[in-house]
Ligand binder design. Structure first.
Ligand SMILES: *Cc1c(COP(=O)(O)O)cnc(C)c1O
Length: 237
């Protein structure tokens, strides 16, 4: 193993310790938490090192960047787990076609228009695409995602689409005071599950990044998305 990536070993160890600590304190035994490595700006060699350490889930933000790196990613880790790629960035409808066959989930569905295009292309490719609906829990103008009020309408509409399957929710809470928003998100996730909308599962709550993943575990996250905490500071955001 290349020693120049040893910082990734260290970072992953710390991340797992912090997750385990929060898990022991706040979560029920048997609940699963996945760690996604967010790869934006990160060289495939570094990503592959993380895969060799057991990371089996990658998060991609930018379609072009992903396409340029996809071929260089290790297809499986040291213990044989296949590498899964999910899309987490803002997605324009005209770019769905580039990723429809290479990602296992699109976490950033925030409009009926985008959902309809995913549904159309999934059908054309004879598949059912798993998605999460993105919620702008802090109501920030700069962020994508539907407001909590708009969520149920979106879920109802997407539930009618045959080639798309809602698996849960994703959010990027405001950087400060995120405790409150994490709690609100957990509540929204539970309420959405309680509605029992046909064809909609609430299995995945994708919440928590480098600065708040331990908190997110406290508030029910099932999937944390970590970039800088694993790979170090990015050159650009
Ligand atoms: C960049 C990004 C992350 C990871 O952010 P870090 O703070 O580097 O951990 C997680 N989710 C999304 C949607 C992102 O764009």
């Amino acid at each position: 193993m290349e020693s120049n990536f040893r910082y990734i070993d260290e970072n992953l160890k710390i991340i797992c310790e912090n997750i385990n600590e929060a898990y022991e304190k706040y979560r029920k035994k048997g609940e699963k938490i996945r760690v996604m490595a967010v790869t934006k700006t990160v060289a495939p060699e570094a990503v592959n090192h993380a895969i060799s350490l057991g990371i089996d889930l990658l998060g991609e933000n930018r379609v072009q960047e992903y396409l340029s790196k996809a071929d260089y990613y290790a297809k499986q880790g040291a213990c044989g787990n296949p590498t899964e790629v999910q899309f987490i960035g803002h997605l324009q409808t005209n770019k769905v076609k580039y990723i429809i066959n290479s990602v296992s989930m699109i976490q950033s569905v925030d409009s009926v228009k985008l959902a309809a295009e995913i549904n159309r292309l999934a059908k054309a490719n004879d598949k059912v695409m798993d998605v999460l609906c993105e919620v702008n829990i802090g109501g920030e103008a700069s962020k994508s995602g539907v407001s909590p009020d708009e969520l149920y309408g979106l879920l109802e509409e997407v539930s009618e689409m045959r080639n798309i399957r809602v698996k849960g929710l994703m959010t990027i809470p405001p950087p400060s005071g995120s405790d409150v928003f994490l709690g609100r998100m957990q509540e929204l996730f539970r309420n959405a599950a309680d509605r029992n909308i046909r064809g909609v599962d609430m299995d995945v709550l994708s919440m928590g990044m480098t600065h708040d993943y331990a908190e997110a575990v406290k508030y029910g996250s099932t999937l944390v998305r970590i970039g800088t905490g694993l790979f170090g500071e990015r050159i650009y955001k």
